[in-house]
Design a protein around this ligand. Structure first.
Ligand code: C5P
Length: 435
């Protein structure tokens, strides 16, 4: 276990049932050497008492912005300067909205404005609150400003529902904080006299990376990778739709492997029953059109785009507003072409390194290279579906033939998708442009 020895962590707690887990998180951070001071919003105090956190951390808990006694002991600016890193867990939907809008109406939001150290937040809320467009926009804005989102996870929620919005477990948050501190060197710039204010990308090197590279990249650390995964679903009427058998497993395996390689990952997922890999920003979509819009939005400033999704090539021209009633006649549905998401991104003037996937049943190299050229890709990963080592969609294993322009080729033998994903990312890192 890497250590947080001598690191000063300001642990912010906002109001949510997950705040009871923050008591454990405080202990886990102390276990690996961190000095922890806690700031609680008034909402947090409805769920867990300051006394609990004071007893666990051995430090007074900070709750008030305008309390003369607290200010005399350690003023809010002093507290902001004290921290090497700010971790907010849980971060409620309300807190995220207040951070986006620059509010300074309580101690925690004021500290976040008054600091230049990295801020890591672990969202926790009901699944509908998390998937709401307002929260998703806020998550994107915070990420773009250099905040690092930890989770959320998927699973059973305190409200009795199941879905994305669960706070990561305390041990996962601790591991992510250790990883972040190790990779980013958390000595705050404010502690070096005369240093300029850091930009968001200095806070979080993963943010705002240009897609041109100053030097040859053998590693994906700090790069922003956008991945599409899973099927799309094209409605026929309010109860029927056209889709395909894609499970999303390969795209999710790539997202997991990319986070392990310290990349910042945005995963745009069609409807799949997979939980969000820790550390990944997930955007759920359904139709090809919504996946297209989300991908165009996400790739701005991104370094790599990996299109793993099995995007429906066609959609129903006229989606019926009411359930279509059967009769004795045959029925014809008119289908129209969907946009080619990958080709449209590869055609952008300032585009990321573009990687496609191709599932082929025959003439793998010929067809894959045809797509590589036609869609103007940098790399294509083809799988020979229907083979004994590559049976069907949904399998946990895969093997790939990877092709790139000027006759480049590498075989990735059959292995669990996690391993295949890591190998494919190594090839991508190797192939990224040098300038
Ligand atoms: O379907 P096709 O074999 O052309 O898919 C090749 C690549 O193009 C895949 O990476 C797939 O994700 C992408 N694609 C896309 N939009 C489509 C069709 C395919 O991004 N409408």
């Amino acid at each position: 276990m890497q250590s947080l020895q001598n690191k000063k962590i300001l642990l912010g707690i906002s109001g949510g049932i997950a705040s009871y887990k923050t008591a454990t998180l405080a202990r886990r951070l102390i276990d690996v050497g961190a000095e922890v001071r806690v700031v609680m919003t008034s909402g947090a105090q409805a769920f867990i008492t300051p006394l609990t956190l004071q007893a666990l951390t051995g430090n007074p808990v900070h709750t008030d912005l305008l309390d003369p006694a607290a200010e005399a002991a350690m003023g809010h600016i002093e507290l902001a300067r004290w921290a090497d890193i700010i971790v907010i867990a849980p971060a409620s939907a309300n807190l995220m909205a207040r951070l986006v809008n620059g509010f300074a109406d309580d101690l925690l939001t004021t500290l976040c404005l008054a600091t230049d150290v990295p801020i890591l937040i672990a969202p926790a809320m009901n699944r509908l609150m998390w998937s709401n467009a307002a929260t998703q926009d806020n998550a994107k804005t915070l990420t773009a400003r250099g905040y690092t989102l930890l989770g959320p996870d998927e699973g059973a929620q305190a409200c009795g529902e199941t879905g994305a919005g669960r706070m990561l477990e305390p041990e996962d948050i601790r591991d992510r904080v250790v990883q972040f501190a190790t990779n980013n060197g958390v000595t705050p710039i404010s502690k070096h006299a005369g240093s300029p204010m850091p930009t968001p990308s200095e806070h979080n090197p993963a943010a705002n990376q240009p897609s041109a590279f100053a030097e040859h990249h053998k590693s994906l650390a700090g790069l922003h990778i956008v991945i599409t995964a899973g099927p799309t679903v094209e409605p026929i009427d309010p109860v029927r739709y056209i889709t395909n058998r894609s499970s999303g497993k390969m795209g999710f395996a790539l997202a997991t492997a990319a986070v392990k390689q310290q990349a910042k990952v945005t995963l745009i997922a069609g409807p799949v029953s997979l939980s969000t890999p820790p550390g990944v920003t997930r955007i759920d979509v359904d139709t090809a059109k919504s996946m297209h819009a989300a991908a165009l939005n996400a790739v701005h400033g991104a370094d790599v785009f990996i299109s793993v999704a099995a995007v429906a090539d066609y959609r129903v021209e006229q989606v019926a507003q009411e359930k279509i009633k059967k009769n004795d006649n045959a029925m014809t549905l008119t289908l129209v072409r969907n946009p080619d998401i990958l080709a449209s991104i590869a055609a952008m003037p300032e585009r990321p390194f573009c990687v496609g996937f191709a599932a082929e049943t025959e003439h793998v190299e010929k067809y894959a290279r045809g797509k590589l050229t036609k869609k103007k890709l940098d790399l294509i990963a083809a799988n020979h579906v229907g083979q004994p080592d590559n049976p069907v969609f949904g399998s946990d294993t895969n093997s790939l033939e990877v092709f790139w322009p000027t006759d480049g080729h590498q075989h990735i033998p059959a292995a669990p998708k996690k391993q295949v994903a890591a190998q494919l990312l190594d090839i991508i890192a190797e192939r990224l442009p040098t300038s």
